[in-house]
Design a protein around this ligand. Structure first.
Ligand code: TYM
Length: 330
């Protein structure tokens, strides 16, 4: 089974990224043939950014993934811009993607509203590059958080339309969205997903922050005026913490509710804090040594890109042939 996912090298990765996506990447190394992961630096150029910072962020994200448990011998890990097949395929599949479909993407609507100076064309075609990332590897399964659901739907639609128009060439991929923790919410504004780009720092847990910071943020997470540790209407904050605790301890949400029956929010939030500190400890501990070795990371990324190019080149040759572009194949 081919597994592919991408992650942006933007800012510091947070608990939402980890629970929604990164932990799934680590598990999927077992099942993937191969499991392929890309740090999507080209996607990061679609909003205002600083080139030097992008390089730094790329290493931060690479080191985070390695610290979380991606092993270069068991997966393919590479930088998106090292594999030009992605950008070529973006153009080619644009032939079967409707402008109206891109216009409907909620992420485009959100992000374009946040841009001060320029809404780039790149931001508009972002989902096409993402579809190309996935389709280039004839991917069966894409582990992502819930916020990427619409993009994966579009990717499926593009693959179907391509196959109808040009003959069976592309694989229609499935998403793999976790049952618990697919949408980790902001700790201060639990009606909004945890995100690097919106809201105050107190609303998100960074993977690499200190234990003290993590404990403090969870202790002051917004709950509600009730007293029961239960999911339900108007209890988004509590429900979010129940989900986080369930993932961090490997329990079900029902078990968590039973465990804290009769307990107050204070005790519950304290327990959530401890569980998250422990859950993230391995990543935090392994990170500094990996991050210090940029040359080592470049070697891993170069080897990953070489493998990725071999795989993507096969798809690209088939796509070009099906579309009638380039030198005819004999
Ligand atoms: P990115 O970099 O924003 O996020 C990386 C992964 O983290 C998940 N995620 C969350 N999961 C649960 N709760 C949250 N609050 C939360 N916030 C983020 C995301 O769903 C994602 O899986 N467009 C993608 C990157 C991408 C990609 C791809 C993904 C580019 N090409 C191909 C899959 C396949 C993105 O911006 O993810």
């Amino acid at each position: 089974m081919r597994i592919f996912s991408g992650i942006q090298p933007t800012g510091r990765k947070h608990l939402g990224n980890y629970i929604g996506a990164i932990r799934q990447y680590v598990e999927s190394q077992e099942r993937g043939d191969p499991a392929i992961f890309s740090i999507v630096d080209l996607h990061a150029t679609t909003v205002a950014y600083d080139p030097a910072q992008l390089r730094t962020n790329l290493y931060d994200t690479t080191a985070t993934l390695l610290a979380a448990g991606l092993e270069p011998d068991r997966c393919v890990l590479f930088r998106q811009s090292d594999v030009p097949e992605h950008t070529e395929l973006t153009w080619l599949i644009s032939a079967v993607c409707a402008h109206g479909d891109l216009n409907r993407m909620t992420q485009f609507k959100d992000k374009s509203g946040q841009q001060k100076d320029l809404v780039s064309a790149g931001l508009f075609i972002y989902p096409l590059l993402m579809a190309a990332d996935v389709l280039a590897y004839r991917t069966d399964e894409v582990p992502v958080g819930d916020d990427q659901r619409q993009h994966i739907e579009l990717t499926r639609e593009i693959a179907r339309r391509f196959n109808e128009r040009f003959g069976e060439t592309l694989v229609v991929p499935d998403h793999r969205i976790p049952a618990i923790g697919a949408r980790i919410m902001d700790l201060q504004e639990p009606n909004r997903k945890m995100s690097t780009s919106v809201g105050a720092d107190s609303g998100r847990i960074y993977l690499l922050e200190t234990e003290k910071e993590t404990r403090k943020k969870l202790a002051s997470a917004v709950t509600d005026s009730g007293r029961e540790v239960r999911r339900g209407e108007g209890k988004e904050g509590v429900a979010n913490l129940i989900g986080i605790y369930a993932v961090a301890t490997g329990k079900t949400e029902d078990e968590v509710e039973a465990e804290f029956e009769g307990a107050g929010y204070g005790d519950f939030k304290k327990a959530v804090g401890e569980s998250v500190v422990e859950y993230l400890a391995p990543v935090r501990e392994r990170y500094p040594e990996i991050r210090a070795d940029e040359a080592g990371m470049e070697r891993i990324l170069a080897a990953g890109a070489a493998r990725a190019r071999e795989l993507a080149a096969v798809t690209l040759a088939a796509v070009r042939a099906a579309m009638g572009v380039g030198v005819p194949r004999g």
